[in-house]
Design a protein around this ligand. Sequence first.
Ligand code: TXA
Ligand code: MG
Length: 338
Amino acid sequence: MLKTKTLIFDLSQNSVVDLSEAVEILKNGGLVAFPTETVYGLGADALNVDAVRKVFEIKGRPSDNPLIVHVASLDEAMLFTPEIPENGKKLAEIFWPGPLTLVLKRKEIVPDIVSGGLDTIAIRVPDHPITLELLKKFKSGIVGPSANISGKPSPTVAEHVIQDLGGKIDLVIDTGPTAIGLESTVVDVTITPPKILRIGGLNQEKLREVIGEIKLAQDKELKKRSPGTRYRHYAPNAAVVLISKGNIIHYKQLIKKCREEKKVIGSITHSKLLRDIEPSPLHFVFNSSMEYIAKNLFKALRELDEQGVDVIIVESVEIKGIGEAIMDRLRKTTEPIP
Ligand code: TXA
Ligand code: MG
């Protein structure tokens, strides 16, 4: 077993940041977990097949689920793709660095293992000062799936990374909780109109403002175009039950039923209406800001899971802004394992 080292940086201090060890580890085929504005990623040299293989093994990730390559800039993206279509350029110019992943044609230099055998490659420039610095120093692409065991909620703090991958990776760069808390939005720009394969930190409206028409890929097509969606995601061990916003009657019914069945309940609510109903001590009361909910959702799901609850009751949010991504992830936690 490896000893996983943690490198802590305080983003509020303008202290000197020495990333030479992290760069060295990556150059030698090691694994470094890194923060982004969305969630923590599990980093390896995108051009090193053995290193990338380790990423799949350690996560327990199916080999047909491709990885995102992180780069420092639009220019650097050209190392991995022969061309960026007009729509892709417009989006990249506005939203990079940021929570947007573009699916593009891939160059031959990209190892098959990275793109899971597809003829495309997913690329993004993360909006995080330390990780951008790391990418600049590394001077190439770093693969970065979320740094969790496959099927668990993505890590939003370094402690989650250690929980899942401690002893299996070389280093974790810890800069505290991630700003957004949900993964990037994945857009396939190889087709016209472009298609959203995964809704995330950027919502549909923002994308439309820049390129006009854009579609949300439907289920059947998604399974073909975005292999990741074939697998159960974001899922804690407990059963997750969604209730609509402010639905006191449904909430009380569920609590009663769970108690009758002697099930341990955890819950995550945000509206004032449900605030004072205590199903159990394991009640996360969020404030109603969507940004706050997005930022804290995965952490709450993990903590409830650790407490060994049988059922997690979660209050829905409105499907607007980041609420689109929150509801997407919540629905995925309730889907049965295929
Ligand atoms: O915010 C994020 O995107 C985080 C941070 C660390 O950057 N990364 C992340 O990676 O969420 P991962 O591997 O957990 O999710 C990548 C998603 C998967 O759904 C995968 O199927 C899809 O992107 N994907 C990757 N390459 C693709 C490709 N060539 N075509 C279609 N979908 C692709
Ligand atoms: Mg993931």
